[in-house]
Unconditional design. Structure first.
Lengths: 228, 312
C-alpha cells in the first residue's frame, strides 16, 4: 500500500515548524507573556491591615495607589522624585524585566523572599524588606550598589543563590539598582501602613505621602541609577 | 529469518537496565523544572567540594529543591555508567560492529545530555535548561531505540513480516515526527511559560492523540493478518494496547495538569505552585517519556514488519 501522503514532505514541514518555534523562543518572543506583573502588599502589611482595619481590601488598594504614585509599577518602576527622562525610565523598566525573569521566582516580585520556588530551597531567599543584607553589607548598613553587583556576579557559595555572570555587568548594575528600589519600596510600604492605621481611610493624601517621604534618605537614590 | 549464530542477551539486558534507570531520572528532571530548582545545588560534578555520590545526607535533605536536583544528577551519572556498561557488553559479547555503534549512540546521547545539563548549571543559563528538557525526552527515545535494537528478539528477527504492507510504517513515522514537535512545544511551555507555547502544545496534542489512535487501529488491523495467538499477532495487539493506553493517559494527565495550573496554582504567572501542579505536571512529563518510548517501539517494529522488501 502506497502512502497517500509523502512522509518526507511532512517531516520537512515538521522540522521547519519546530525550528520556527525554537527560533521564536530563542529570540525571546514569548518570554514575557506570563511573568508576574502586579505588585501587591507584603504578608506582614496584609496581616496588620486585616487586624487593624474594618475593610482591609480598601486599605490595601489605598496603600497600593500611594505606592504606585511613588514607585510606579512592577513593569514600569521609577524612583520617587527620580529621573523622569524617557531613557532613564527605559533602563529601569529593563532592569525590572530582568529581575522578574531571573529573581522573582525565588525573591518574589516585591522582594519579600516569598517567590513560588522559595518554599523548596534552604536557606530561604533573602527578604529585602528586612533592610539588612548580611552578605553585601555585613555591618548592617544599607547595601551599596558595587557590593550587590559583586554578589550577583559570584552568587553565594553553598546556597541556592546562583551567579548571574552571564548577564554582564551593565545588566547586573540595573538589577542591583532594582533591588535597592524594592528595598526602599518595602520600607515606605511599612510607613504607609502605619499612617493608614493611624489616620484611617482617605488619610493617604498626596501631602501626607510627601510628608512620609521627608524621612527619605537621599543616599540610595543616587546609587540606583542602573546602567549608568 | 532466524540467525543461526547464538545471540548474547547481555547487551540487551544492560540497555534495558539503562532505560529503566532513566525513568526516575526523567521523573526527577520533571520535578526540577516544576519546582524551578535547577540551581538549588551549588556546583556541578563536585557540589560544595564533595564528590557527587559522596554528598552528605544532611545536605541532600536540606530542602525539597536540593533533594530533587541532587538525585537527578546522581541518576544521570548512573545512566551514564550503565550506558558505558552497555557498550562494553557489546564488546565482551562479540555482538558485532553494528551493535557496538548502536550502544555507542546511546552513550553519546546520554553524555551529551549530561554535558548540556552541567553547562546549564555552571552558566546558570535558562536557554540551556530548555534544551536539556527537550533533549531529555529525545534521549529517552534513543535509549528505547538502543534497548530494542540490542534485544534478542530484534536481533534474531523472531517475528514474521506481513505478507503485504498495511500502511503501519508511514503512519508510525508521522506519529514519531509529531511527537517530537510536541516534546519541543512542551519544553517551550515548561521553560518559557508562554501562552503561545501552551496553545500550540494543546492543539498539537489533539493531532497526536487522533493520529496515534489511527496507528493503533492499523496495528490491530495488521494483527488480524497473522494467525490468532501467534507471536506476530500478540506483539501487534500488545503494541496497540500500550499505544492507546499511554495516549489516553497522557492527554488525561495534560488536561489535569492544566486544570491544576489554572484552578489550583496561580495560572501562568507562576506565583504559586500547588501540590497538584507538582504531581500532575511531573506525571505528564514522565508519561510523555513513556509515550515517546512506545512510539519508538512502534516505529521500529512497524518499519520492519510492514516493509517486506526493506526491513531493518
Amino acid at each position: 500500500m502506497k502512502s497517500p501522503v509523502q512522509p518526507l514532505r511532512i517531516g520537512i514541514l515538521a522540522l521547519g515548524w519546530t525550528l520556527v518555534c525554537l527560533g521564536s523562543w530563542l529570540a525571546g518572543c514569548s518570554i514575557d507573556e506570563a511573568l508576574p506583573s502586579a505588585w501587591v502588599l507584603g504578608p506582614t502589611s496584609k496581616e496588620r491591615l486585616a487586624q487593624g482595619t474594618q475593610d482591609p481590601k480598601a486599605a490595601e488598594q489605598e496603600i497600593l495607589r500611594a505606592l504606585e504614585s511613588l514607585f510606579g509599577t512592577a513593569t514600569a518602576p521609577h524612583w520617587p522624585l527620580g529621573d523622569s527622562q524617557p531613557e532613564g525610565a527605559k533602563v529601569l523598566a529593563q532592569a525590572a524585566q530582568t529581575y522578574r525573569e531571573e529573581c522573582s521566582h525565588c525573591h518574589g516580585l516585591e522582594g519579600y523572599g516569598n517567590g513560588p520556588s522559595s518554599q523548596f530551597i534552604q536557606p530561604k531567599p533573602w527578604n529585602f524588606a528586612l533592610g539588612v543584607f548580611p552578605r553585601s553589607a555585613p555591618d548592617g548598613s544599607e547595601p551599596k550598589l558595587p557590593a550587590l553587583v559583586t554578589l550577583l556576579e559570584n552568587g553565594i557559595a553553598s546556597s541556592s543563590m546562583p551567579h548571574f555572570a552571564r548577564l554582564g555587568k551593565p545588566v547586573l548594575m540595573g538589577v542591583a539598582g532594582h533591588v535597592l528600589l524594592l528595598l526602599k519600596r518595602t520600607q515606605v510600604e511599612t510607613k504607609l501602613v502605619d499612617a493608614y492605621l493611624q489616620g484611617g481611610p482617605g488619610s493617604l493624601t498626596p501631602e501626607r505621602v510627601e510628608g512620609i517621604l521627608e524621612t527619605w534618605s537621599a543616599g540610595p537614590q543616587s546609587l540606583a541609577q542602573p546602567g549608568r | 529469518m532466524s540467525d543461526p549464530k547464538p545471540v548474547s542477551p547481555w547487551p540487551g539486558r544492560w540497555a534495558l537496565a539503562t532505560l529503566l534507570a532513566a525513568i526516575p531520572l526523567v521523573v526527577l528532571g520533571g520535578l526540577v523544572t516544576t519546582l524551578r530548582a535547577g540551581m538549588a545545588e551549588d556546583g556541578w560534578l563536585q557540589p560544595e567540594g564533595y564528590w557527587l555520590w559522596m554528598y552528605p545526607l544532611e545536605k541532600r535533605m536540606v530542602s525539597l529543591g536540593r533533594f530533587v536536583e541532587h538525585h537527578h544528577r546522581e541518576f544521570g551519572s548512573l545512566v551514564g555508567l550503565l550506558s558505558i556498561a552497555t557498550v562494553l557488553a557489546t564488546l565482551f559479547a562479540k555482538a558485532g560492529a553494528r551493535a557496538f555503534w548502536i550502544a555507542f549512540l546511546g552513550l553519546v546521547a546520554v553524555s551529551g545530555q549530561g554535558v548540556v545539563g552541567g553547562l546549564r548549571v555552571l552558566e546558570n543559563n535558562p536557554r540551556l535548561a530548555f534544551l536539556h528538557g527537550v533533549l531529555g525526552q529525545i534521549v529517552f527515545g534513543i535509549l528505547t531505540l538502543v534497548a530494542i535494537l540490542l534485544s534478542v528478539r530484534w536481533r534474531r528477527s523472531e517475528l514474521p513480516r506481513l505478507a503485504a504492507p498495511v500502511g503501519m510504517a508511514w503512519r508510525a513515522k508521522i506519529l514519531l515526527g509529531a511527537l517530537l514537535i510536541q516534546v519541543t512545544l512542551g519544553g517551550w511551555y515548561r521553560h518559557g511559560h508562554g501562552h503561545t507555547a501552551i496553545a500550540l502544545h494543546g492543539f498539537g496534542a489533539l493531532f497526536v492523540v487522533w493520529w496515534g489512535l489511527q496507528v493503533a487501529r492499523s496495528l490491530r488491523k495488521a494483527s488480524k493478518t497473522f494467525e490468532t495467538g501467534s507471536a506476530g499477532a500478540l506483539h501487534l495487539r500488545s503494541n496497540a494496547l500500550w499505544l492507546t493506553g499511554t495516549l489516553h493517559l497522557q492527554w488525561l494527565l495534560g488536561a489535569t495538569a492544566l486544570y491544576a495550573l489554572f484552578a489550583l496554582s496561580d495560572g501562568m504567572s507562576g506565583q504559586h505552585i500547588s501540590r497538584s501542579e507538582i504531581v500532575f505536571s511531573t506525571l505528564h512529563v514522565t508519561v510523555g517519556a513513556m509515550l515517546t518510548a512506545v512510539v519508538v517501539w512502534t516505529y521500529l517494529w512497524t518499519d520492519r514488519l510492514d516493509s517486506p522488501t526493506q526491513g531493518s
